[in-house]
Ligand binder design. Structure first.
Ligand code: SAM
Length: 310
């Protein structure tokens, strides 16, 4: 089917296929005309949560039957829905909010539909990640969609360290786009500050498209201070991070950044409290975290320095 066919205002029937339909992320005004049309004319709407979607359908007086399709049944539903499309059906897929398949169910269904030779048709619309990114003021030319960080503190910290190491290797600036829960935002900002340094530029995009939409922009230390001063941080959040190879706060002066690894390790060891001394391996680990580089890269550099000395 050609795009022209798909864009026809109201052909008698939708073409058979799987329609991935974006829904609003807070402001009902963000539903598109095409989304309404597809939701009205589909045979069925596969929903992450049928009760949630029913509210949207009621608001727009859409009577299309719904069926659940969430992370726990997406695999089984896929076979059923693909079978229905092969028999000539039109299935719309929606998540609770935004684009299905983006940190939401839908991607597996789309992949299986494609593998089965069924048409998959995106119906674009609201998305929290891109909305936060474009209004952040950070670079949009290269960005890395992270979605949710791991829930456990240790795993989250490791992921942040890996991301800092990646940024150090890439050598260029890119913006990280993270979905974060309000009760974890302070901890994540703390982790970013520890890994990248206090000068890292971040933006907390909160409650996008809603009445209390807000952007808190600044260095990670400033944004953390601002949010800490509040009773509670509420609402939905997209966190944008300017992932430079290093930041001023972390790297210090240019002279410091030229300092030899061996000298830095000696300094870290000298600064350690007398009752908790650090061996070389521990100091190297801490330095790797500070610089956002991998410990093995730093170790190799240290070996090269020592070889040059002999
Ligand atoms: N599929 C959705 C999309 O296209 O944006 C994302 C779904 S994900 C399960 C939900 C997360 O997206 C929230 O926890 C929050 O991090 C982010 N989010 C969703 N709506 C938002 C909004 N209005 N403002 C800020 N962040 C939002």
């Amino acid at each position: 089917m050609s795009d022209a066919d798909r864009n026809e205002d109201s052909p008698a029937q939708l073409a058979p296929g799987l329609y991935l339909v974006a829904t609003p992320i807070g402001n009902l005004g963000d539903i598109t005309l095409r989304a309404l049309d597809v939701l009205r004319r589909a045979d069925r709407i596969a929903c992450e949560d049928t009760r949630q979607t029913q509210k949207l359908l009621n608001h727009f007086e859409i009577a299309t039957p719904t069926i659940s399709c969430h992370e726990h049944n997406e695999r089984e539903r896929a076979a059923e829905l693909i079978g229905a499309i092969k028999a000539g059906g039109r299935i719309a897929v929606v998540s609770d909010a935004g684009m299905p398949g983006i940190s939401d169910p839908g991607a597996r269904l789309a992949a299986e539909a494609i593998a089965a030779g069924v048409d998959v048709i995106p119906i674009p619309g609201a998305n929290a990640a891109l909305s936060g990114l474009v209004a952040s003021g950070l670079s949009t030319s290269e960005f890395h969609f992270i979605g949710f960080l791991p829930e456990k503190a240790g795993a989250r910290r490791t992921r942040l360290e890996d991301l800092a190491a990646e940024a150090a290797r890439s050598g260029g600036a890119r913006t990280l786009v993270v979905y974060e829960a309000p009760h974890r935002i302070l901890e994540t900002l703390g982790g970013l500050e520890a890994v990248w340094g206090a000068g890292l530029r971040v933006v907390v995009a909160r409650e996008l498209t809603k009445i209390h939409e807000e952007f808190v922009r600044g260095t990670v230390a400033e944004v953390r201070q601002e949010l800490t001063s509040r009773d509670r941080v509420r609402g939905e959040i997209v966190l944008l991070v300017e992932a430079l190879p290093r930041t001023e706060g972390q790297a210090g002066s240019q002279a410091a950044s030229n300092e030899k690894i061996s000298a830095r390790i000696a300094r870290i060891q000298a600064e350690a409290p007398a009752d908790a001394p650090l061996d070389e391996n521990q100091a190297l680990k801490r330095l790797a975290r500070e610089l956002g580089q991998s410990k093995s890269d730093l170790y190799r550099e240290l070996q090269r320095e020592r070889a040059r000395r002999h």
